[in-house]
Design a protein around this ligand. Structure first.
Ligand SMILES: Nc1ncnc2c1ncn2[C@@H]1O[C@H](COP(=O)(O)OP(=O)(O)O)[C@@H](O)[C@H]1O
Ligand SMILES: [Mg+2]
Length: 321
């Protein structure tokens, strides 16, 4: 079962002994079956908070406001039991560190069988056959031998492939990969990207990829959301974002060398200045302190989301439709 996803007015704050951290503010995003969505932004911008909220996996100190509609159901309103069911069957999150996805004392094969606990219709042998097929699909040869292995016996790249296979075995309608390539070396990274691009053709659910690599986003995604200091400052179809960026932050990200974002190993460039504190929300635009185009209203009035086309919007006072 796959359906559309729409988050609207989504805000998350973390309660800490030192006060509240406003990690996400009035975020609107949408995704449709068959689409690959990219989320990009500097470290600390709230990307993991956003996808963790979408996967219903926020920690206990998080307070959420707004709605996340998936297949017409508001996920934020579900009770804990139904949230858990949905997480296991419908929504899968592949994290940054593939090691944490597995139990160190069980073989890969046993764990991948467990990932299919929802498939009461399949025998253990059928589940193992399905695992072998899925491991082949993620580029793991000699699947039978790999199933006998323990997680620590696999390389980082191999573990991340197995983590993606594990996620796919649950038949999710929504597959989220949060910086799936950060812990890997350059060669492994290229292979995982290649795999995700292949899946994009075969898979008719929604894939959401968080990445630091503009090139990955440019090559892999249909729609992109650019995050800054807990907000989506610009969102739209990949061509609009990369060829007609309108928010000064997106422009700054791309300005360094537009040709380079087609190189899939490119990293986010660095922009002078640093992220504002998320403990004291700014009165105006979150990017104003670093923006070379800031003018009078930017420091005091938060810019509304301006629609530029049906599928391109930016949150900036200087942007007009
Ligand atoms: N459990 C938590 N408790 C308190 N603050 C948190 C927690 N998780 C993340 N944060 C803070 O929320 C902000 C956004 O973090 P995160 O969503 O991880 O950003 P990103 O994935 O873009 O690097 C950061 O300031 C981070 O320190
Ligand atoms: Mg993160």
């Amino acid at each position: 079962m796959s359906g559309s996803l729409a988050a609207s007015g989504l805000s998350v704050r973390y309660e800490t002994p030192h006060g509240s951290v406003h990690a996400l503010r009035h975020v609107d995003i949408e995704a449709h079956p068959g689409e690959v969505i990219g989320i990009v932004g500097e470290s600390g911008c709230g990307k993991s908070t956003l996808v963790t909220a979408l996967a219903n996996l926020l920690p206990a100190n998080a307070r959420i406001a707004g709605s996340i509609r998936y297949n017409g159901v508001d996920l934020t309103k579900l009770d804990a039991h139904r949230q858990r069911l949905l997480r296991g069957d419908e929504i899968a999150l592949v994290g940054q560190d593939p090691m944490t996805a597995f139990n160190p004392v069980l073989t890969i094969g046993d764990q991948l069988v467990d990932f299919q606990h929802h498939r009461k219709d399949l025998s253990r042998a059928q589940k193992r056959a399905r695992i072998a097929t899925m491991l082949g699909r993620v580029g793991i040869a000699d699947a039978e031998r790999r199933m006998q292995s323990y997680p620590h016996e696999l390389s980082g790249g191999m573990r991340q492939r197995v983590a993606i296979a594990a996620a796919l075995l649950t038949d999710p309608g929504l597959l989220i990969a949060d910086e799936p390539t950060t812990a890997l070396d350059v060669t492994m990274e290229a292979q995982i990207i290649h795999l995700l691009r292949g899946l994009r053709r075969e898979y008719n659910g929604i894939i959401i990829v968080v990445s630091h690599h503009l090139g990955v986003i440019a090559e892999l995604c249909d729609r992109v959301y650019v995050m800054y200091a807990g907000e989506v400052v610009e969102g739209g179809e990949v061509d609009a974002i990369f060829h007609d960026p309108r928010h000064p932050y997106t422009q700054a990200l791309l300005a360094c060398d537009p040709a380079r974002f087609h190189d899939r190993l490119d990293r986010l460039p660095t922009i002078p200045g640093s992220l504002p504190s998320l403990t004291q929300p700014l009165p105006g635009c979150v990017y104003a302190p670093r923006c070379d185009r800031a003018f009078a209203p930017c420091g005091s009035i938060a810019p509304p989301l301006t629609r530029l086309t049906a599928c391109h919007a930016a949150r900036c006072h200087a942007v007009t439709p």
